[in-house]
Design a protein around this ligand. Structure first.
Ligand SMILES: *[C@@H]1O[C@H](CO)[C@@H](O)[C@H](O)[C@H]1NC(C)=O
Ligand SMILES: *[C@@H]1O[C@H](CO)[C@@H](O)[C@H](O)[C@H]1NC(C)=O
Ligand SMILES: *[C@@H]1O[C@H](CO)[C@@H](O)[C@H](O)[C@H]1NC(C)=O
Ligand SMILES: *[C@@H]1O[C@H](CO)[C@@H](O)[C@H](O)[C@H]1NC(C)=O
Ligand SMILES: *[C@@H]1O[C@H](CO)[C@@H](O)[C@H](O)[C@H]1NC(C)=O
Ligand SMILES: *[C@@H]1O[C@H](CO)[C@@H](O)[C@H](O)[C@H]1NC(C)=O
Length: 353
């Protein structure tokens, strides 16, 4: 009798993020993780990371970047990224790779335009079984302070590669990856492309151009590193995502975190919760949005405090492993049953696992 009562008293509220996302027809709710961070020395961190009810997808934060996989010209070392890939494989979590080319964390030895063509066989021979998507190219367009239209990044496209109206390396990267792996979803991934602005318009133009040229691009990743109180509205996010999906690509929130100005207060944590809810809610309302990845889930390993002075607490778990109010905000978005199509299975979930 007592046992029975105890069972009945279990709160239904214990449903977890990936479980809820999949139930609502999305492919996954996932997280980035970095095996060189202190999280990997913490059993509680690893237990949450391993919990497939919470996270159905992992992204290695740094270990697959160029500096890590080819530290010397022609010398390949995949072990940093493979730690995460192996965990995902063991746990049957989807792997979103990250990322082949961007303007930072590049190979220390420099490179040239023929690089990706030459390296095709290596990429082919190193595809983890559960890899679903490869973030190929990211931050290639930049909207600088005081600029109204996006510029090509000078650091990558002009310092290292010959200039062209559309950076040639984007085409090279997509062509090479498509040849190396017909199954991985190939994404263009960027920040400040989550709202109607000139940069998101430039990304739409890029997708259109690649498609017109017969170059395969399967998705656009919206990084979604937001600040509580100035995150895009749910309507703007939906409008922007649908602008991409109309072009025949899928979308995903690939690096979601929402920073607050320290210290934590009940009001900035409530704002953060509302912003997380809207971001995840937008993905739920766009059929072509396959899933959400948070840019790690534990405040002590977040990149935010190191980059944005005075800001932090951007994740869903505090340092002591209690959950931010925003966790509940995400749960509400995932279970917003007034949403169209809720519970219908959504159609994205078949085929991968
Ligand atoms: C490969 O990378 C790993 C992880 O970064 C490092 O520990 C190891 O020393 C590297 N191996 C070689 C042969 O450089
Ligand atoms: C996490 O999962 C990996 C892969 O399944 C396993 O090797 C490891 O022991 C797990 N760690 C914890 C703390 O559960
Ligand atoms: C886009 O750029 C044009 C000029 O290049 C500017 O007039 C316009 O206001 C910009 N639009 C947005 C949304 O920033
Ligand atoms: C919940 O669903 C309703 C109906 O589709 C929608 O208007 C609202 O924006 C959604 N809210 C969130 C946070 O997802
Ligand atoms: C993991 O982190 C928690 C919260 O900060 C801490 O209490 C615990 O001692 C840590 N465990 C290890 C093994 O570092
Ligand atoms: C955990 O940390 C949060 C944020 O610092 C704090 O508000 C909360 O009281 C702590 N909870 C426990 C049980 O220590």
């Amino acid at each position: 009798m007592q046992l029975l009562l105890a069972v009945l008293a279990l709160p239904l509220a214990s449903a977890q993020l990936n479980e809820l996302a999949q139930k609502a027809g999305k492919l996954y709710f996932g997280t980035a993780t970095d095996n060189e961070d202190i999280g990997f020395q913490n059993k509680t961190y690893l237990q949450i990371l391993n919990d497939t009810k919470e996270f159905g997808q992992l992204t290695p934060s740094n270990g697959q970047k160029w500096f890590a996989v080819e530290p010397e010209l022609g010398v390949f070392n995949y072990s940093y990224g493979d730690v995460v890939a192996d965990i995902a494989t063991a746990n049957k979590q989807i792997l979103r790779c990250h990322n082949l080319v961007w303007h930072s964390q590049l190979a220390p030895w420099g490179y040239g335009i023929s690089y990706l063509e030459q390296r095709k066989p290596h990429r082919r021979s190193h595809r983890p079984r559960n890899q679903r998507s490869q973030t190929l190219v990211q931050p290639m367009l930049r909207l600088g302070r005081g600029q109204r239209s996006p510029q090509r990044r000078r650091d990558l496209s002009q310092r290292h590669l010959p200039p062209s109206p559309r950076p040639e390396y984007i085409r090279i990267a997509f062509r090479a990856a498509a040849a190396a792996d017909p199954h991985a979803k190939l994404y263009y991934n960027d920040y400040n492309i989550e709202s109607p602005n000139n940069k998101s318009a430039a990304v739409r133009a890029l997708v259109r151009d690649l498609k017109k040229e017969g170059i395969r691009i399967d998705g656009v990743g919206l990084q979604s590193h937001f600040t509580a109180g100035s995150a895009p509205s749910i309507d703007n996010l939906i409008w922007t995502m649908e602008g991409y999906t109309k072009l025949g690509v899928e979308v995903a929130l690939t690096e979601l975190d929402i920073r607050i100005m320290e210290p934590e207060t009940s009001s900035n944590l409530a704002q953060q919760s509302s912003d997380y809810k809207n971001a995840v809610g937008a993905c739920m309302l766009v059929d072509g949005c396959v899933g959400v990845t948070v840019w790690d889930f534990w405040d002590p390993v977040s990149w935010v405090p190191g980059v944005f002075t005075g800001m932090g607490s951007a994740c869903l778990w505090f340092g002591n492993f209690t959950k931010h109010p925003a966790y509940q905000g995400v749960v509400e978005a995932l279970t917003n049953d007034t949403r169209r199509g809720f519970g219908g299975g959504g159609g994205h979930n078949g085929g991968w696992w």
